[in-house]
Design a protein around this ligand. Structure first.
Ligand code: ATP
Ligand code: MG
Length: 139
């Protein structure tokens, strides 16, 4: 069962800047257990589907270009209250509004290139995790 779990992506800017290790360290030091982990790259169709809720927004094209321009790190994380606690750990969408010490405060450059994704519900965490990982890749 997919309970007390969330899904994250370290977005292309985090990989490009060499921040994979620092961000994973921050995540595990905050009490999350890594259940699944891989370096992968989204296709255009993947990114369009993943962010379909935003497809009418003016930034949608740039968002798809950004999310597909290089590899991401996809991961499933486990912790009590994982979805909500991980959203707290990453901070606000706009890093200028992200609280001190949050991942976006520390590692994101802008609202459009904001370092990490965190699922916004248990239901979406399960869908997003299952998209990237098979049963045998989840521990
Ligand atoms: P994510 O879904 O990636 O975890 P989020 O839930 O904090 O981010 P959403 O509102 O779902 O924020 O927006 C999805 C992504 O679209 C953001 O992370 C950001 O990369 C981009 N985005 C959101 N709002 C803007 C904006 N006003 N201008 C440019 N890009 C934006
Ligand atoms: Mg979102």
């Amino acid at each position: 069962m997919f309970t007390n779990k969330t899904f994250t992506m370290l977005k292309p800017d985090s990989v490009e800047k060499g921040n994979i290790g620092a961000i994973l360290e921050k995540i595990t030091a905050s009490g999350f257990r890594i259940v699944a982990l891989k370096l992968t790259q989204l296709t255009n169709a993947d990114a369009e589907a993943f962010y379909a809720v935003h497809n009418e927004r003016p930034f949608f094209g740039d968002l798809v270009t950004y999310m597909t321009r290089g590899p991401i790190v996809a991961a499933i994380l486990e912790k009590e209250n994982a979805v909500e606690d991980f959203r707290t750990l990453i901070g606000a969408t706009n890093p200028t509004e992200a609280a001190e010490g949050t991942i976006r405060n520390m590692f994101a450059d802008s609202i459009s290139e904001n370092a990490v994704h965190g699922s916004d519900s248990d239901e979406n965490a399960a869908i997003e995790g299952a998209f990237h990982f098979s049963e045998r890749e989840m521990f």
